[in-house]
Write a protein that binds this ligand. Structure first.
Ligand code: SF4
Length: 304
């Protein structure tokens, strides 16, 4: 087993603080780093996210989530029982004010393999979306398209995205409240065209832990809102609701997140997932004709 890279693990000690405070802070940060490695490792194992020989493309936006994902994956790679490669890939969308040197400087400083794709999706989005409307949905679609194309052209077998536990619960409620579906953001999925396996190694990680980790590691964060777009209103509402719930009942988001992995189709109401028609049926009696029920006409059961 190779030793872990010390530059990756090192949480900086803040020397401006009195030594005991700095030491306590470092101890807490080390504990947090261990928890994150454990949670990411568990998600990888639970969902079979990474296999021997995988070429993993880690999508790096410059936000706290993707920095944390890359950092933890690079640590786990050193002691993983399988061999896989990691390449950090960023899409420079040509937003005005995007500090294009920040990510390359950081990635070189940690000796990571990386690539920056340059594609001016910003001009497309700002031309198509009327002023004052949120641009995030189209922007994300174009970003996804560019990244997936790059992954295909370069033979990446897995695409890692930095969504975390809170994103997953948030998406579940968005779908429930605004799209009338029980559906969320899975830890692993096959893209619609069947060409890409997308993984979310931070599936078990709390957003507040990521914030604390990014802070401790002093990642050079690039804000996503350089373009001036506002977050989708529905997403904002759900986020606020979850924050309020968490304040009133700490641990509620964790409980809901666990529920996403403990689904009982027989206790819901989707006949596509559970065969309610056959439930308790004796013999080979045919199922009632739904159209006959609706029209009120006679069915085999009316004769009983
Ligand atoms: S905030 Fe701007 S860059 Fe970020 S997703 Fe939205 S439109 Fe795209």
């Amino acid at each position: 087993m190779a030793p872990m890279n010390s530059t990756l693990n090192a949480i900086p000690l803040t020397l401006a603080e009195p030594l005991p405070v700095a030491q306590r802070r470092k101890r807490e940060a080390d504990k947090l780093a261990k928890r994150l490695r454990h949670q990411v490792g568990r998600a990888i194992a639970d969902f079979g996210m990474i296999e021997d020989g995988d070429k993993v493309m880690v999508c790096l936006s410059g936000g706290k989530d993707s920095y944390t994902m890359l950092d933890v994956l690079l640590q786990l790679q050193k002691k993983a029982p399988v061999s896989f490669s990691i390449t950090a890939v960023n899409l420079d969308q040509k937003q005005p004010g995007f500090p294009e040197h920040v990510l390359p400087d950081y990635l070189r400083s940690i000796d990571a393999d990386f690539h920056i794709i340059e594609q001016d999706t910003y001009s497309v989005v700002s031309r198509v979306i009327p002023e004052g409307k949120t641009m995030c949905s189209l922007c994300s679609r174009l970003r996804r398209g560019a990244l997936y194309t790059y992954a295909e052209q370069h033979g990446f077998t897995k695409i890692a995205l930095g969504h975390h536990r809170d994103d997953m619960v948030n998406t579940f409620f968005l779908n429930l409240f605004f799209h009338a579906k029980l559906s969320g953001m899975p830890p692993k999925l096959l893209s619609d065209d069947g060409k890409h396996v997308v993984i979310r190694p931070l599936a078990y990680v709390r957003e507040s832990d990521i914030e604390a980790y990014a802070d401790a590691k002093q990642f050079p964060i690039i804000p996503c809102n350089l373009c001036g777009s506002q977050e989708n209103l529905q997403r904002k509402q759900v986020k606020k609701m979850l924050e309020q719930w968490e304040k009133e009942s700490p641990g509620r988001v964790e409980t809901m997140s666990r529920a996403l992995g403990d689904i009982r189709p027989s206790q819901l109401a989707d006949p596509k997932l559970f065969d309610f028609l056959s439930l308790g049926k004796s013999g080979a009696a045919p199922s009632p004709d739904a159209h006959a029920w609706l029209s009120g006409s006679e069915t085999p059961h009316d004769d009983d």
